[in-house]
Design a protein around this ligand. Structure first.
Ligand code: PNS
Length: 159
């Protein structure tokens, strides 16, 4: 079974990585799909985000990292995914994710949305928080994968 894990990943955090590794255990193939939500005014380009995810995952045949434009439901159908998987941190994520899941179901009735609870140590973590800390010169150790920490700090503190 193929699952799609979509998101902005601007940038990937250790919370995302935790979901990626755990989600890959319950499917044959996981496609991590970077969506370009311009309304969020991303700090990193889609290419940078894809590269950072690839660097964080390392060489794994069961995980593919790519980007998509347009509707998630169309993308998921195109790649033959049975379901979309999303991470849930707290009740605050629920309303938005619930709406997205129902919209995607309306668009593509055979596509399921699965939710995976974040590990408790990452329940406070978000890409926005990482960016705010990095922009203000704070320490992002332990919040993002080590191999991309310098890259994030360099890009955000030079702005
Ligand atoms: O959780 P995120 O990071 O905000 O997710 C962003 C993303 C790209 C997954 C989401 O915005 C998305 O699915 N965009 C594609 C457009 C779409 O299909 N929207 C749902 C129906 S309105």
């Amino acid at each position: 079974m193929t699952l799609v894990y979509p998101g902005s990943f601007d940038p990937i955090t250790n919370g995302h990585l935790d979901i990626i590794v755990r989600a890959a255990c319950i499917c044959d193939k996981l496609i991590v799909a970077v969506g370009n939500n311009e309304s969020k005014r991303p700090a990193f380009t889609v290419e940078e985000r894809v590269e950072m995810i690839r660097a964080s995952i390392g060489d794994r045949e069961d995980i593919e990292v790519t980007s998509f434009t347009g509707l998630l439901a169309d993308f998921a159908k195109k790649v033959g995914a049975r379901a979309v998987i999303k991470g849930l941190r707290a009740m605050s994520d629920f309303e938005y994710e619930f709406q997205m899941a129902l919209l995607n179901k309306k668009l593509e009735p055979e596509l399921e949305t699965l939710f995976m609870m974040t590990s408790v140590q990452y329940s406070f973590l978000s890409s926005s928080a990482v960016k705010e800390i990095a922009r203000n010169g704070g320490c992002i150790d332990g919040l993002v994968p080590d191999c991309i920490r310098e890259r994030i700090a360099r890009k955000l503190t030079c702005r």
